[in-house]
Ligand binder design. Structure first.
Ligand SMILES: *Cc1c(COP(=O)(O)O)cnc(C)c1O
Length: 369
């Protein structure tokens, strides 16, 4: 049996270990927020954002951001049908309804035209998720938001390192959120970040994030509203500080692996990889192959071929509307068709040239079959 190729795993160096050890030994009492503050500042600087709040997850950051925008019962939030449920769950938990629209066939991200067509009087936000690090058409989405007076928000969990006309993913909308789960480009094990340039929104989320205790409230144990508990620990933030110092290298390696796949799969008929249109740079979190409908290559054959090679390739997200808790929306043609002939390829930092070639060979074999 050939050695297992995992689809992701973190890159942890002596630097992260040193910071985490220091946090474990010394990061208590008066120093219990030091790494958190430092991580938030460093992440803001990387992103070109004004305000950041470290959280226990991206889901938590999104939940608080939506709550701070006033999303509640009977409201609607428009998002792409192609997504992980983490982007939809907080909408449901706030009593609102996620409205699933189709994706664009090339970027696999939300179709701006479909988003605009889905706007109703109840629409409270449009959620742009930069799928697999590919970029949403932010100019179109922001223009639609402006035209209708609806905030556009960004789930950039998969888009560390992605840039749209010089602006980093997560820094363009009313707010952005990130994940530092162990599978993501930058990791703290579990963790996330809320970012915004809107000072008022920042204050609202800061209050919500602290069990509803407003900054400046002098009375002890005195929440002003019912809030949330989605904080990051100082220990996790210490690992984050190490990771953010290495962020350019982490992104560069993702892009290198993507580039190697591009070269090795170039010219194969009916095979599409993550696009990188002019004016964009992708962080290449998840190299993904989509076969043409005409190729006849199907998900099950893909899954089996990778399993035979002991490669941990993952299936493309099922349309959320096909899950049991939502109503089917097969009119979302691309969202329903693409997962049937697509696969995510492994891309972890320490992946070797031989491993990349082994993965690419599976795709080559299928494409030529
Ligand atoms: C990973 C991911 C999330 C969830 O992140 P958590 O930190 O696990 O909550 C949300 N949205 C997208 C797009 C993701 O990829």
């Amino acid at each position: 049996m050939k050695s297992r190729i995992l689809y992701t795993k973190p890159s942890i160096t002596e630097l992260e270990v040193r910071y985490a050890t220091d946090a474990a030994a010394n990061g208590w009492g008066e120093r219990c927020y030091e790494y958190i503050d430092r991580f938030e500042r460093a992440f803001c600087e990387h992103l070109g954002a004004k305000h950041a709040i470290a959280t226990s997850s991206c889901t938590g950051a999104l939940h608080m951001g939506l709550a701070a925008l006033g999303v509640g019962p009977s409201d609607e939030v428009i998002m792409a049908d192609t997504n992980w449920i983490a982007s939809a769950a907080p909408i449901v938990q706030l009593g609102a309804k996620p409205v699933f629209v189709d994706i664009l066939p090339d970027s696999w991200c939300i179709s701006p035209a479909a988003a605009e067509a889905a706007i109703t009087l109840r629409t409270k936000a449009i959620l742009a998720v930069h799928l697999y690090g590919n970029l949403c058409d932010m100019d179109a989405l922001l223009a639609i938001g402006q035209r209708h007076g609806i905030p556009v928000i960004e789930d950039a969990a998969e888009a560390i390192g992605s840039q749209y006309q010089g602006r980093r993913a997560g820094s363009m909308g009313a707010f952005g959120c990130f994940s530092f789960h162990g599978t993501k480009t930058l990791t703290t094990g579990e963790g996330g970040m809320f970012v915004t340039k809107d000072a008022a929104l920042y204050e609202r989320v800061l209050t919500l994030s602290n069990h509803g205790r407003a900054r400046g409230q002098t009375k002890q144990f005195w929440p002003n509203v019912v809030g949330y508990k989605y904080k990051m620990s100082n220990l996790q933030a210490a690992i984050g500080c190490g990771q953010v110092e290495r962020i350019e290298a982490l992104i560069a390696r993702k892009r290198e692996i993507m580039q190697a796949y591009r070269q090795q799969l170039a010219g194969l008929p009916g095979v599409q990889l993550n696009p990188e249109p002019p004016g964009t740079v992708i962080g290449a979190w998840m190299p993904t192959v989509v076969f043409d409908g005409a190729s006849g290559v199907k998900r099950e054959a893909l899954r089996q071929a990778f399993a035979d090679e002991n490669v941990d390739a993952r299936v493309f997200f099922h349309p959320l509307s096909s899950l049991p808790m939502f109503e089917d929306c097969p009119v979302n043609r691309h969202a329903w068709a693409i997962p049937g002939r697509a696969i995510n390829l492994p891309s972890y930092h320490d992946m070797t040239v031989e491993e990349i070639a082994r993965v690419a060979a599976v795709v080559q074999r299928l494409a030529k079959a």
